[in-house]
Each structure stands twice: as structure tokens, then as C-alpha cells.
Design a protein around this ligand. Sequence first.
Ligand SMILES: O=C1C[C@@](O)(C(=O)O)C[C@@H](O)[C@@H]1O
Length: 224
Amino acid sequence: MSLQFDSFVLAASTADLADAADPVAREHADAIEFRMDLADEPLAALEDYDGEVPILATNRAEWEGGEASDDGRLEALAEATTVDGVEAIDVELESILADEADELLETARDVSIVASAHDFEGTPPRNELVRTLTEAGKHADVAKVAVTAESKADTLALLSATEQLTAHGDAVATMAMGDVGRHTRAVAPVYGSKIGYAPVDPDDATAPGQYDLETLAGLIGSLD
Ligand SMILES: O=C1C[C@@](O)(C(=O)O)C[C@@H](O)[C@@H]1O
């Protein structure tokens, strides 16, 4: 089965699949983003998973803000796609463009693909955001960029790019990390962003500036 992104998907981000059974996740999460790179025995945890909420598996590389070394990283992700509950995977656009993910993408034909690019330093100009999202969309079901907004203008560039791609019919997911762009997590879905990420417990954030799941669900719900 593959996770569909034709409407907004709120993902509970976690290194611990036990979070899927948490009442807040049960109420609000459409998916669990399992951060394999932050987990101790990710493949064993996936094998044991018997929850009903579909999993979006991420094995974030060290060079993209995660904790997975490149040794066996994409192979572990490929293995994750053979587990029943895994319905989508996140693959770094850079790995795809370097032709390192060809085998993974071949193995992962039955699950949805999110191609992602992160900027922990700042926000590229609007035209570059559009270019990156367009490129990512050629290789995936959802094109994702997470940037670090340093100004309100940065957040507007991100939202504007989100709107443009969405109006064009592309599925994109966008968010600004950090404090300045925090509100984009609530607002980007209004402009078409298809995925939101939030930890069940605010202390377990997987990126700077995340709201906890209950708060983000409430904010997004109130803007519906
Ligand atoms: O890429 C993303 C988005 C994210 O970085 C965020 O800003 O919410 C959180 C990560 O867990 C996820 O893989």
C-alpha cells in the first residue's frame, strides 16, 4: 500500500514507534514519520510495528541534518519498504541526483516517495525554491523543501513557491525551520503544502521550531 498525498497528511515525527499508540497520535496523526537515523534498532522496530497508522520512513543523512552515516543508509531504507506498515519513504534529493538512490527507488515502487531538500542555514531565493521543488517532483510523489527562514520575506518566498507549484498541480511539502518561520508550519497547508511534521512530545522535536502534534493539529484545523 502507498500513502496518498492528495490531501494534507499530518505526520507524527518520532524515533520511537511506540509513539504511534499515544492517544494524541491516535487522534491527530495521519502518518508516523519514523526517523530511522535517530532510532537504536530501526529495522527491528519496524518488524515489530503493529499499529494502524501508516509509516513514512526517513533515514536522514548526517550531511542533511540527520544522524545516519552513508554506510548502508539507503539499503536500510530499501529494507524498510518491505515492511507492511511502511507506505512511504523520504529520500534526499541530493542522493537521487547523484544517482545513488536508483536501486532504492526501484525497490520502493509500491510505496510513495518524498524527495526532500533541507537548508539549515537560510532560505534560497524564490526562483531557486521553485527550481528545487520542480526537480524533486520529477523523481517523487511529493517534493519537499525545509528551509531556515531569517526574515518574514523568506517565509513569503517559501509560501509563494508552495502556492505556485500547487497551482500547477504538483504535490509539495514545505516548512520553515526555526523561530522566524515557525508559523509556516500552520500556514503552508493553506497554500497547498501536503505534509506537516510534529513530535508527540515537544521535547522530542526532530527539527528546530516544530510545534508539538496536538498544537499543530489545532492550528491547522482552525485555519481549515
Ligand atoms: O524533513 C523533515 C521535515 C523536518 O525537518 C521539519 O522541519 O519538520 C522534520 C524531519 O523529521 C523531516 O524529515
